[in-house]
Design a protein around this ligand. Structure first.
Ligand SMILES: [Ca+2]
Length: 497
């Protein structure tokens, strides 16, 4: 019996799944459904993460029935690379998807995605709205064609035709999507006085509710993507009104870390593409407060839509047979380190929300501070549902943490971000979060160029000082550099004794 078998059976037993002996005798496995909720650009700015200003009652309620990971990290802090890594179970250096144009099947034609693996093992799978990055959908992942807001109705012949057209067009283009149109964008936020489902995420919730009604009665994997709080922060007025009297604070560290190498920073071009943001220079304090308020309103709008979908799951009495997992695809700078958007290797961009609720889970309502990675989600869901875990995956199932949130776990989580260095070339920044430190190396291998960052969260909780160059750090830098080079395989948890 392998260690993996032992841990899987142990985890299922602790979760209240079938007793291992019975499962072994009957070959029965829990065929939990999966409600897989992706939230675009949601950072851990939620009640269940300790924020008392934000209104996130529905995600908080999910957390009270699940496990909250306080230190979960995406593998690259921008939409498509993060989602591609999570959905293929492979790291960006394997998918070689570092930007928003390349489809992973260009480099990995035979990859088996997470929903595809469930489809292959008898599940109905479908994707609503943004699961893969926009325009980079993957037809073979879905047993029922995916759906996007403002397209034909889900499950309709028209939607299937649209889906086939998109798939054919991707193939024709060598799976290469056109860069998103950078047409002149309007303001960064708006508060129209409209119904929830006048906007995309409300339509997605409506469709998810309809999909649940149709999918019940068979094992299903329903992936539902919500677009807010991605820019622009457009949410119905009632969600902005939640914060009418709220006293927002500016980021406590609206400046680059001391001694930071310039390669770690960026000019937040995404935000600047909106009409009310200056093309250069800092964002005014007044605008920064507006943006923070807008972000909160947009997050609350999505929280309400998530509540509607989970409410339907309960109404249909599917809650006790369904795993609900929620993740934001990466973190988001709201002025911290003088930055906006994602696109960095800083803690604030790499760390993202992750909540899992498993039927019968004994750890319901608890938090885990274990270092987990989004690349771990694929093997975790397979293990919990009795779906075989493909051998090529580069993550580790955290099902043992769902059973025992305080157990020893990974020694590091890994992220990366590419950046052009003017006059030098294209750098890749590889970053590693350990229990105490964040250590990052930016390299242009052809030029033997290197820049290093080291933050000590024990002495500097906000990561405001890069101590990599300090004489007293030399031995630690050497040690962490070796650990970074040894990589994710060496950081995996040890099998229980
Ligand atoms: Ca995103």
């Amino acid at each position: 019996m392998t260690n993996a078998t032992v841990s899987r059976r142990g985890a299922l037993a602790a979760l209240g799944g079938l007793p291992p002996a019975l499962a072994a005798q009957t070959g029965r496995r829990p065929r939990y459904n999966v409600l897989f909720i992706a939230v675009d650009d949601l950072r851990p700015e939620l009640g269940c993460y300790g924020n008392t200003l934000i209104h996130s009652p529905n995600i908080d309620r999910l957390a009270s029935r699940g496990l909250v990971f306080s230190r979960a990290y995406c593998q690259q802090a921008v939409c498509s690379p993060s989602r591609t890594s999570l959905l293929t179970g492979l790291r960006p250096d394997t998918t070689r998807v570092y930007e928003l144009q390349t489809h992973f099947r260009k480099n990995l034609p035979d990859a088996v995605t997470l929903p595809e693996q469930f489809r292959k093992h008898g599940y109905a799978t479908t994707g609503l709205s943004k699961v893969f990055h926009g325009g980079l959908d993957d037809a073979q992942s879905w047993s029922i064609p995916s759906w996007v807001p403002n397209g034909p109705a889900w499950g309709s012949p028209e939607n299937a035709t649209r889906f086939e057209r998109v798939a054919a067009s991707l193939k024709e283009r060598g799976l290469r999507n056109q860069p998103a149109a950078q047409a002149s964008r309007g303001p960064s936020w708006a508060a129209p006085d409209v119904a929830d489902n006048a906007l995309a995420d409300g339509k997605t919730a409506d469709t998810a509710i309809a999909a649940l009604q149709q999918l019940r009665g068979q094992p299903f994997f329903l992936a539902t993507g919500f677009l807010k709080p991605h820019l622009p922060f457009i949410a119905p007025k009632r969600y902005h009104d939640l914060y009418k009297d709220a006293k927002f604070q500016l980021a406590p560290n609206p400046f680059p870390p001391k001694n930071v190498p310039p390669v770690a920073l960026h000019n937040f071009g995404e935000l600047r593409s909106y009409s009310d943001i200056p093309k250069d220079g800092p964002v005014s304090d007044e605008k920064a407060l507006e943006l923070i308020r807008g972000y909160y309103a947009a997050a609350s709008y999505t929280d309400a839509q998530i509540g509607r979908v989970i409410g339907e799951l309960e109404r249909l009495k599917l809650r006790e047979s369904t795993i609900v997992i929620l993740w934001g695809d990466h973190g988001w700078h709201l002025g911290e380190h003088g930055l906006w958007n994602k696109h960095s290797n800083f803690e604030i961009a790499a760390r993202a929300p992750l909540v899992i609720s498993v039927p019968g889970q004994k750890s319901a309502g608890r938090k885990s501070a274990a270092l987990v990675e989004f690349v771990d989600i694929y093997p975790t869901l397979c293990e919990l549902c009795g779906v075989p875990v493909p051998g090529q995956l580069e993550g580790t199932s955290f099902a043992p943490l769902v059973a025992d949130p305080g157990r020893e776990w990974k020694t590091a989580a890994f992220s990366q971000y590419p950046r052009a260095v003017p006059g030098v070339g294209q750098a890749m920044g590889h970053s590693m979060r350990t229990d105490r430190y964040r250590y990052t190396e930016w390299r242009v291998p052809a030029k033997n160029w290197l820049a290093v960052e080291l933050y000590d969260y024990q002495n500097d909780p906000l990561g405001n000082v890069n101590i990599a160059g300090e004489p007293g750090s030399a031995a630690l830098v050497r040690q962490l550099s070796r650990m970074l080079e040894d990589g994710w395989k060496a950081a995996r948890p040890k099998a229980p004794a």
